[in-house]
Every structure is written in structure tokens, then in C-alpha cells.
Design a binder for this molecule. Sequence first.
Ligand code: FES
Length: 111
Amino acid sequence: MNTNSPYSEKVMKYFQNPKNIGEIDDPDGRAKEGSPACGDMVQLYLKVDEDSLEITDIKFRSYGCASNIATGSIITEMAKGKTVEEAKEITWQQAADELGGLPKVKMHCSV
Ligand code: FES
């Protein structure tokens, strides 16, 4: 964490330069989830190779905060190239750890 922000440098990097933002035309899967804690929302789009079942493309749209956008970026980076079953094993804690931690009050954003 730096002294001016409750966020790690990695969170700020992924918030300011998010990865895999957008939508996929004709996705193989899509999901929409909202946070009861704050009312924000995330939409996720997947393309999956039908032979290997690996995620070949993954994008998200966030209507959330810096933590949410950074988590969406890191999770989509972690999931790309994995099978859908492998990607399901990624936890919010792993994502938060990968980001160098999140402020306690912002943990719900990664969930
Ligand atoms: Fe709503 Fe972070 S996603 S406060």
C-alpha cells in the first residue's frame, strides 16, 4: 500500500489500465452479478474452445468501484487459458491476494 491510497499499487494499475474490458459478440457464456452490499454490478462474457474447453476469450463490464474493476481485470487474466472447470476454482481471496490485498471494507467488491 502507498501512503496516499488505501489501494495497493497493483490495484491502482489494474484500475487505471483495466484488462479485458468490454463485451464479446456471440459469447458461449455470459453472467451478470450484483453486490447486495453496494448495488454495483458486473457482467461477464466467455468464449470457450469446444474441444479443449479452455477459455479463449473473456471480457467484463463493471459498474463498480476501483476494487471491483481491478478484481475483474485480474480474474479475467487468471481465467484466460484455463478450462471452465479450472476457472471456477479461482477464489475471490486468490484474486485479492494477486492484487496485493484489498482494504477490508472493499473485500465485498472482489467477491
Ligand atoms: Fe460497489 Fe466496490 S463494487 S463499492
